[in-house]
Design a protein around this ligand. Sequence first.
Ligand code: CTP
Ligand code: MG
Length: 226
Amino acid sequence: MIILHLLIPAAGSGSRMKAGKNKLLLNLNGESILYWTLKAVFLSEKVSWVGIIGQPHDRSEIINSIKEFAGKINWINGGNTRQESVRNGVNNLPSNAVKVLIHDGARCLIKSKLIDKCFTELEENDAVILAVKVTDTIKVVNENRIIKETPNRNFLWAAQTPQGFLVSQLKKAHQIAKDNSWNVTDDASLFERLKWPVKIIEGNSTNIKITSPIDLKIASLFLGNS
Ligand code: CTP
Ligand code: MG
């Protein structure tokens, strides 16, 4: 069996949360957001190596907020964008890393069973992402907000994390992106641009990304009921 590694981007500033600090350090039902993410990660049967990608100035507060897991994580310094943070993470994986899952620290409602499902699919595929079917009707607009088109919803999926990749390909994709100044908000986008196939795994709509204050309230309810 291949050893599977998992990287957690946690180096953002949480500007949309407007809390004046990294949102992953905010309190959610008595623990930090990042604590809940790690709790799910370490409940996974398949996780063997975990890296947290964070800003150096957040390091002590992050470690303090996830004390229970502090001895089991590896620290990697993040960059100015998520893309740069993941690139640092991938370039600092142990040399035996063959496949890696990337899971945003901000998706703290992830279920460990879904992490396991991603790992299992990743054993058979070189690139996979968790996603859910879009339930709203989506409009594509121009710069004046005039609707240009309504894509067929049957072909629309909302991307989540974990996203998993063959390490050698992910490294290459990030290097090409850097050399060509591509800016993307997830790692699958790099593969798409390179015309490398990425398989979708159906996820769960409760796996929200904590982005704005309302998400904290929703997450608090979900955690309270799980
Ligand atoms: N992230 C990162 N490095 C960055 C920016 C973001 O590792 N330079 C991480 C965040 O910590 C988060 C994930 O990428 O876990 C998804 O990013 P997002 O939800 O956009 O978080 P922030 O960038 O912190 O929030 P905002 O965009 O509102 O500032
Ligand atoms: Mg961001």
